[in-house]
Design a binder for this molecule. Structure first.
Ligand code: E4P
Length: 215
């Protein structure tokens, strides 16, 4: 399973660059950084050797493609994030024809994922946290998408997105999702367990009682 970091914060990415396989950004995450978009994307590409999603904000297909081309030219690892709309999928088709990879975002149904895959999307991003937020089953959605796409050879990978807690990542892994994109704080939580901390503390304390010399 590959883990992406869901952030536009370069410090967070620098800290976990040794572990992660890619990065996803979105307009809200970029806005938080108060820095020019292209600069941020370039810096991220220098830190991580894997797909880096950069989202277009145009709502018409031509506008999306026009925004996508210079973004894709920033670095070979840039993947164009496109919203799940009819125009978005037209843009996905056009970009795929040019060899530009896309990540179809804001996916909330298996039919949306199916259409995106048919149009040549490299990745689809179901938003599990937002589905859970409105009382739905985010992981049921992922299971349905995986089952649907596994019936065909689209070559589209599923990125489990809108991850809220470590359990989401584990459930994504249990389902066999190719990728989860994880916020920094959630990824940090995944390293920890209270019993690990207690265990280390006890070992270190007991170690103090080991004689430093003698027979
Ligand atoms: C995915 O690529 C998105 O950037 C992200 O996961 C959205 O998550 P949110 O629901 O926490 O905003």
């Amino acid at each position: 399973m590959r883990l992406f970091l869901d952030t536009a914060n370069v410090e967070e990415i620098r800290d976990l660059a040794w572990l992660i396989d890619g990065v996803t950004t979105n307009p809200s995450l970029v806005a938080k950084e108060k820095r020019p978009f292209e600069k941020v994307i370039k810096e991220i590409c220098d830190l991580v050797d894997g797909p880096v999603s950069a989202e277009v904000t145009a709502m018409d297909a031509d506008g999306m493609v026009t925004q996508a081309r210079p973004l894709a030219a920033l670095h070979k690892n840039v993947v164009i994030k496109v919203p799940m709309t009819e125009n978005g999928l037209k843009a996905v088709q056009a970009l795929a024809a040019d060899g530009i990879r896309t990540n179809v975002t804001l996916v909330f149904s298996a039919n949306q994922a199916l259409l995106a895959a048919k149009c040549g999307a490299s990745f689809v991003s179901p938003f599990v946290g937002r589905v859970d937020d409105v009382g739905g089953g985010g992981m049921d959605l992922v299971a349905e998408i995986l089952e649907t796409l596994q019936n065909y050879a689209f070559g589209t990978e599923v990125i489990v997105a809108s991850v809220r807690h470590p359990r989401h990542v584990l459930e994504a892994a249990l389902l066999g999702a190719e990728i989860a994109t994880v916020p920094y704080t959630v990824l940090k939580q995944m390293f920890r367990h209270p019993l690990t901390d207690v265990g280390i503390e006890r070992f270190l304390k007991d170690w103090e009682g080991v004689p430093k010399s003698g027979r």
